[in-house]
Design a protein around this ligand. Structure first.
Ligand code: FAD
Ligand code: NAI
Length: 514
């Protein structure tokens, strides 16, 4: 038996060596392939021009699945990268570095079958009547030409949304948002600036308190996740390196509704509020911010006597996370289409994601209104569905052209035998055509909602058979991490995010201000 056991171990050792070499080879080949893309055929201008606006969740999911050989594809976006937004709150405190969740659009497009044109530009106006888009290069470096027009046959609008302020005075001037990489960088710097300024020599205690009061407005998932990350940063790093701020640092979350995270189930709302209490994050529900100045916000709440109270809350950092608003280019398109007269929250689309009142114009993601929440999940599924539909549409055109050729061939066939042969081919192709023409309308599948709430805890509402499975805590946090790592855009992103997590655990987050 000793000999048998030794033999077993030897074989297991050999097999694991083989598996390790095979695995390393596979990963190595993947990286080599990523770094050395094949040559691409140039865009074919004789094909229909498909213009895609945006490089976010909707547009990129569409591009991922789209067979670019079928169209002359042009992508226009002021951002030449895709951003994995679910991990953006972690970038505000340095748990993750921003470049780890960015994927350059150029790398991605270089791997498509046929090449795709990319213009780093903003679409200022979609002229639906003329079927052209007016674009401008709004980056710092401008060439002689920085404004031009792009004609389209087919258009996909995936420009997302901008931050809602509801016209509240002072928000744009004094508040910071959390939507883009630049926003996360600004927040990170502002946190450190507040801490360093608070410890300036002879600073007055009231001023120290104000500077170290971090106010987050909006108790949706963006506000909650950011508040959780910020408190983590304070607990694990800030108070260690700057002990002077320990007694004055405070995070407050302000929400107009009676509770935070309204889209989560009641038990998870209670769990989040309890966790925040333990973490010493103050939640101010039923409190509506009415005005923002440089040093304080004015908020209205209902006092114990039922009367409305207006109070001034001093702050050092103000993060404004009160949801989405329409982008000007979307508003303008809505105004051009009489069928969109009642559209308030975005472009109304039908079940095929066609913009109502327009032909050959589709909309995906946050700029479209299709009775789903404005989430990455919805945008990604819409984009992927649209790609399948475009691929099928191209196939239909191809089969129809072939059918036309065959009908001509049948007419010219010299004898009955040849005619029958062509007839059979036509019958087969008609079957194919019926199949590819069958496009079911878009249907969203909800895979669940997840949110990080700080102190290594997350909440998750997962659809479970006919009901719902609600869970919160540290185990859910590991689930949150693995779910988001697996959803990252590329292997490169996955590796970088994991390295950042290890780095911030081992060395702590970086507290320098740049
Ligand atoms: P976006 O992803 O915002 O992309 C819009 C694109 O259009 C961008 O490339 C932009 O540069 C471009 N663009 C803008 N203006 C123009 C213009 N004029 N012309 C051309 N291009 C333009 N959802 C989830 O499901 N799960 C989460 O965990 C989650 N976490 C989030 C965390 C944060 C901090 C935020 C802000 C959002 C989060 N979301 C999450 C929501 C999710 O990010 C959005 O629903 C999703 O990004 C919408 O995708 P989209 O393609 O419509 O827009
Ligand atoms: P949101 O719309 O979900 O929440 C905004 C909150 O701000 C609301 O609860 C609203 O009552 C409150 N509010 C508005 N005006 C206010 C005022 N003046 N004073 C105080 N409170 C005010 O917005 P959020 O969190 O930015 O999310 C946008 C979208 O992105 C949502 O669809 C959300 O589901 C999605 N998202 C999902 C995440 C996840 O699944 N983990 C993370 C982040 C965003």
């Amino acid at each position: 038996p000793k000999k048998k056991r030794a033999g077993f171990f030897r074989w297991t050792w050999r097999l694991s060596k083989l598996a390790a070499v095979g695995g390393a080879g596979y990963v190595g080949y993947g990286i080599w392939e990523m770094r050395n893309p094949d040559d691409q055929p140039p865009p074919d201008p004789s094909k229909k021009t498909l213009v895609i606006l945006g490089t976010g969740w909707g547009a990129v999911s569409l591009l991922k699945k789209l067979d670019t050989e079928n169209y002359n594809v042009i992508v226009i976006s002021p951002r030449n990268y895709f951003l994995f937004t679910p991990l953006l709150p972690s970038c505000t405190v340095g748990t993750i570095e921003h470049r780890s969740i960015m994927e350059p659009i150029r790398n991605f497009l270089r791997h498509k079958k046929a090449s795709v044109k990319f213009y780093e530009a903003e679409a200022n106006k979609i002229d639906y009547e003329k079927r052209v888009i007016h674009i401008s290069d709004d980056s710092d470096i401008k060439g002689d030409v920085h404004k031009t027009e792009v004609p389209f046959d087919m258009l996909v609008v995936g420009v997302g949304a901008e931050n809602a302020t509801f016209g509240i005075p002072g928000v744009r001037e004094h508040g910071l948002f959390l939507k883009e990489v630049g926003d996360a960088q600004r927040i990170r710097n502002r946190i450190m600036d507040c801490c360093e300024t608070a410890t300036f020599k002879d600073q007055h205690p009231d001023e120290i308190k104000r500077l170290l009061h971090m106010v987050v407005v909006g108790g949706g998932p963006t506000g909650v996740e950011f508040a959780g990350e910020l408190q983590d940063f304070f607990n694990s790093d800030l108070k260690k390196w700057i002990p002077d701020i320990t007694d004055s640092f405070k995070v407050t979350l302000v929400e107009a509704l009676p509770n935070v995270l309204p889209m989560f189930s009641k038990q998870l709302i209670d769990y989040t509020e309890k966790t925040f209490k333990e973490e010493t994050i103050t939640i101010r529900t039923k409190t509506m911010v009415k005005r923002v100045t440089e040093k304080f916000i004015e908020a209205e709440s209902v006092g114990p006597d039922g009367k409305k109270v207006l109070e001034k809350i001093p702050y050092g950092l103000l993060v404004w996370a009160t949801g989405n608003a329409l982008r000007p280019v979307v508003k303008d398109l809505i105004n051009q289409l009489p069928a969109q007269a009642d559209s308030r929250r975005g472009l109304a689309v039908n079940e095929y994601l066609v913009v109502k009142g327009a032909e050959n114009v589709w909309a995906v993601g946050d700029c479209a209104v299709a009775n789903y929440a404005p989430t990455a999940q919805v945008a990604a599924q819409e984009g992927a569905w649209l790609a399948r539909m475009f691929n099928q549409m191209a196939k239909t055109t191809e089969v129809q052209a072939k059918l036309g050729e065959l009908s001509l061939a049948q007419e010219k066939a010299p004898n009955k035998e040849a005619r029958d042969k062509v007839f059979d081919e036509i019958k087969d192709l008609q079957k194919v055509l019926r199949k590819v023409k069958q496009i079911n309308p878009f249907e969203y599948t909800h895979n669940g909602s997840l949110a990080y709430i700080g102190s290594d805890k997350a909440v998750a509402d997962i659809p479970w058979f006919v009901g719902n499975f609600a869970t919160g805590g540290t185990l859910t946090y590991f689930f949150w991490r693995s779910a988001y790592v697996s959803m990252c855009f590329s292997t490169r992103n996955r590796i970088l995010v994991c390295v950042d997590w290890v780095k911030s655990k081992v060395f702590g987050r970086d507290v320098s201000r740049v």
